[in-house]
Design a protein around this ligand. Sequence first.
Ligand code: GDP
Ligand code: IMO
Ligand code: MG
Length: 461
Amino acid sequence: MAPLPVRVRPQSMPDRPGRPTTLLLPAEHQKRQETRVPGTVIVGTQWGDEGKGKLTDVLAGEMDMVVRYQGGHNAGHTIVVGEQSFALQLIPSGILHPHIVNVIGNGLVVDPRVLLAELDALEARGIDTANLVVSGNAHLILPYHQELDRLYERYLGSNKLGTTRSGIGPAYADKAARVGLRVQDLLDPKIFRAKLDLVLKEKAAILAKVYNRLPPDPAAIAEEYLDVIAPRLAPRIVDSVNLIHRFLEDGKHVMFEGAQATFLDLDHGTYPFVTSSNPIAGGACAGAGVGPRHLERIIGITKAYLTRVGSGPFPTELHDDVGDLLVDRGHEYGTNTKRRRRTGWFDAVMLRHAVRLNSLTEIFLTKLDVLDPLESIKVCVAYEVDGERVTELPYHQSDLHKAVPVYEELPGWRTDCSGATTLDELPGAARDYVLFLADQGGVPVSFVGVGPERRQTVHVA
Ligand code: GDP
Ligand code: IMO
Ligand code: MG
């Protein structure tokens, strides 16, 4: 006989007029709700490269599963363990830990050539990759996406976005246009070929007539993807949504690892100088298939200064010796593309906006050590736009282009802080700087990074 229904209070629902205070639910479901542990999201709060790889690795011991929920191999997430450094593009940053199941979620665009090369490179370094699975609903990046990405950038000329040229935009465009091929199509040659033939007719016309290029060869693509790639990927293709939910319901800890960052978000970033997905924490809901109630701890990864690769507005950008010092000390060159990153002072207006967009519960402040030699450090606390002081991010892009930063200047510490492991071991001025940023954002700082290695982390909380 089925267990009797019990009357339960809905979770986290304060009494409000018109809201039920009890609901009917069979007891077995109630138990499942109680065992479920809401997930942790880590999200970049700036323009990327804040140290998401490092934080994922720092928290890996507590996690059972790490899920990437958007983007593709435009990401470059670095993990440094002792003498070894790993730069991950598609594979979640939990891969170095055998107890973690690593999931490439449905929200990604996956270049299977890159994925297989990344797996081979890890295996060659002695990392067991058996714990990596890929959602069958993720979309595929195919060779013509990369070609179109390059051609489109060339076509834009001086207006180019400075993309990573990995085919991200064209692949997401096909997804939105509903002509994309998905990872699951690799398992069905007939469907793969039919979809490819259909989409290539249009791509061939664009490549030939707009860009004066040879059309892609469907037979060659089908041969490589179905005969070479599919057999290798097939054992890893899963129903990721139900897998993630089984973990959540079993009380296991799931981390959702964002790539790119808040201000590269397609909807909320500095459009059009953005990526083509939703890195914000809410993107985890769509890109992994979980409801907002499954997300509880939202950690914003924030560099102690600011960097950006590619084009777009950057109010606090530095074109002086301090900018060069940040590049040198922070090794601010793209993890994969090796492009020099633009650098600037910390922007608290952006941080406050990121706190709102992501519902941040805490901040992991990285690269504090890079600021060690500075005599004084500026933080942008507001902008002046057309002579008016604003403390909220202007929604109009033109206003952001003409925004003049209003700075507060804080004393530097001029001490090597890279060995600190507790807040007390940080120089007083460094502690004050961290507290100042927490105050500006209105969110607690729970970790401070003082070097690239896992152990170079101050655990505040
Ligand atoms: P991600 O894309 O957010 O994962 O960041 P990247 O890996 O692209 O870039 C961050 C870089 O900073 C990497 O080279 C990291 O090893 C390094 N890093 C991370 N945290 C710290 C830190 O606290 N101090 C220093 N000096 N380097 C750090
Ligand atoms: P991680 O995860 C920094 C930038 C590109 C370009 C714009 C669009 O390592 O933080 P795309 O190839 O996505 O169409 O490029 O976004 N960009 C990143 N910048 N870190 C990243 O990833 C980035 N991924 C894309 O430089 O300006
Ligand atoms: Mg990166």
